[in-house]
Design a protein around this ligand. Structure first.
Ligand SMILES: [Zn+2]
Length: 407
């Protein structure tokens, strides 16, 4: 007698995954994510505009945006006469004024900032607080929850969720900080679930530079770009990658640890235990140690702005260190460009204070270390010095989890 279990099945080659197709539900959410991204990129758009941009019918766009209208995320604006000759007046779609807000947390060693963000990217409320970097994990969780409650209290509408951007190694699937060299008390902390339980909202935790890249794409120099790298350079170094229209993320949030790629096999020992990581020659600590070795003024408080000033004033040691810093920064940029060619590099953190003098040097150094390829020369740009890109990106984590751009 025949039984279904005897049906011959094609064998899977060992170690290979079968091709997985998206379910209709998932494909719908991906399309909704792309509509939201088009609105973030281009501003209010009618269904006809969206249909033209996507190369599909208005009916298809209608079925994609209807659930977003029903959930109160989008709303139709006033009819615009003349926008569609001969047809019905177009009604531009935009984020509803009373759409559910997004909550965001940016957690760095000793400091936390929380914000309530509208779906169109405006910061509606913010609260920040300090804690000792050696504080126990429970104190840090209390600090995060207190600041979140402070911003959530100001909203009549229930937030869609909370995005948390944090440095270190994270496991985004479980919302856990796996390891954090600069806040060791937080290593192994399931911060996402702990916060979720206390504020009664879904929480998405991810790597700080990845959230920063989402913020750059939403409202920074990455707006409208198809590929770029968003690099944080300060007390540590990390990168968020936006490649071919989507944020890159390895399994469970892996990837982006560019600070721990080796650039000098005989170099100093890094905090991670390896030798010669990029972090050992391009962080704030490295710059201050080198400034002290050269006996530069205010070495222990050296900043890129101060170094640029000393260099411009003709201090020969400062000039040499400034060039070497630019060279060391360019090394990481070159490695990333050689492997993935994101083309555009948006630098954040300490480097911004170095101004055009530093930006230009890093760009020239990077270009001189790469083979000539005029169509793919790396461009370096700096984020804004006082922006809240990462906080905004943390809010964007909520949208990107709810409406992913890739399946
Ligand atoms: Zn390292």
């Amino acid at each position: 007698m025949w039984s279904p279990s005897e049906t011959p099945r094609p064998e899977q080659p060992t170690g290979r995954q079968p091709t997985v197709l998206m379910t209709a539900v998932k494909a719908g959410r991906v399309n909704q994510g792309r509509v939201l991204q088009a609105l973030h990129d281009l501003g209010p758009l009618s269904r006809a505009d969206l249909a033209r941009l996507a190369g599909v019918s208005r009916a298809t766009i209608g079925s994609i945006v209807q659930p977003l209208l029903e959930r109160g995320l989008l709303a139709e604006g006033e009819p615009q006469r003349g926008a569609t000759p001969g047809g019905k007046p177009a009604r531009p779609l935009w984020f509803a004024p009373d759409s559910p807000p997004l909550a965001a947390v940016h957690l760095v060693p000793g400091w936390v900032e929380a914000a309530l963000v509208s779906a169109d990217g405006r910061i509606l409320a913010a609260a920040s607080g300090r804690f000792r970097v050696t504080a126990p994990a429970a104190t840090v969780v209390d600090c995060v929850v207190d600041r979140l409650n402070a911003v959530l209290a100001g909203s009549a509408a229930r937030a869609l969720g909370v995005g948390i951007a944090v440095g270190g190694i994270v496991e985004s699937t479980s919302g856990t900080i796996v390891a954090c060299n600069l806040m060791p008390e937080l290593s192994g902390l399931p911060l996402g679930p702990l916060v979720s339980e206390r504020v009664d909202l879904p929480v998405h935790l991810d790597l700080h530079p990845r959230a920063q890249a989402i913020g750059d794409r939403w409202s920074g120099p990455g707006r409208g770009e198809q590929s770029f790298a968003s690099i944080y350079i300060g007390e540590a170094i990390g990168a968020g990658l936006f490649l071919n229209g989507a944020i890159h993320c390895g399994p469970a949030g892996a990837g982006g640890e560019i600070g721990h790629t080796v650039v000098d096999v005989r170099g100093r020992t890094c905090r991670c235990g390896q030798r010669g990581c990029w972090e050992t020659i391009a962080t704030r600590d490295w710059l201050r140690e080198e400034a002290a070795r050269l006996r530069l003024p205010a070495a222990q408080a050296m900043t890129t702005a101060l170094l640029a000033g000393l260099s411009a004033a003709g201090n020969a040691d400062a000039k040499e260190l400034f060039e070497r810093y630019a060279h060391n920064l360019a090394l990481g940029v070159v490695n990333l460009q050689q492997i993935l060619a994101p083309g555009l590099f948006i630098l954040h953190g300490d480097v911004i204070a170095g101004g055009e003098a530093l930006r230009g040097r890093v760009e020239r150094q990077a270009r001189s270390q790469l083979p000539p390829r005029s169509a793919a020369e790396p461009q370096i740009t700096f984020g804004s010095a006082h922006d809240r890109t990462t906080l905004l990106g943390a809010a964007g984590l909520v949208l990107s989890q709810s409406f992913p751009l890739v399946g």
